[in-house]
Design a binder for this molecule. Structure first.
Ligand SMILES: CC(C)(COP(=O)(O)OP(=O)(O)OC[C@H]1O[C@@H](n2cnc3c(N)ncnc32)[C@H](O)[C@@H]1OP(=O)(O)O)[C@@H](O)C(=O)NCCC(=O)NCCS
Length: 148
């Protein structure tokens, strides 16, 4: 069962998400500067954090481009995965895409990241193309898209 609520991601959450980011996204985690830059672009970005018992346990962000929305990031702290928090975050991003009248939502995901791909598939994303060697270490990326 999901025991988390979503809040708007504010600058004071950055220190809470950095340890999660560094654990999950080696070898190239986003820095504080990267998060601040994202949060500063308020017209085109929609970022939320998932909070459980007063602790930030996940976060996700969407970018609103002219002809598509793009999932910028999505993360759930290791001890909190597999409880539906990823789904909660993704549903919020998809709802925001609808609010912004975007019919296409895209994302990139490591080809070796099966759990994330399963989550995206559950929400109607399909693989559109492979970017070879896109990630550090030469790991391929799937571009996935959801329409409608
Ligand atoms: C990908 C990620 C965001 C998913 O978050 P999550 O909170 O684990 O996602 P969910 O709990 O909604 O779903 C994951 C699995 O848990 C299952 N689940 C959900 N609620 C559950 C519950 N109450 N009890 C048991 N299982 C549950 C889902 O069915 C799903 O199973 P599946 O993978 O076999 O389909 C998370 O694994 C993560 O942060 N990974 C590292 C960073 C990353 O890869 N980010 C994405 C980059 S593109």
């Amino acid at each position: 069962m999901v025991r988390a609520t979503l809040e708007r991601f504010r600058w004071w959450h950055v220190d809470d998400v950095l340890p999660i980011e560094r654990t999950l996204f080696q070898p190239e985690p986003w820095t504080a500067h990267h998060f601040w830059s994202e949060l500063g672009q308020t017209a085109t970005r929609h970022y939320v954090v998932a909070v459980s018992e007063g602790t930030v346990v996940g976060y996700a962000g969407l970018c609103d481009y002219p002809d598509e929305a793009f999932v910028q990031t999505m993360a759930v702290a290791q001890g909190h995965q597999g409880r539906g928090i990823g789904a909660l975050l993704l549903e919020e991003l998809l709802a925001e895409a609808v609010r912004r009248r975007q019919s296409r939502v895209l994302l990139e995901v490591r080809a070796d990241n099966a759990p994330a791909q399963r989550l995206y598939e559950r929400y109607g994303f399909t693989r559109q193309g492979l970017r070879r060697g896109y990630y550090p270490g030469g790991v391929d990326a799937w571009v996935m898209e959801r329409t409608g």
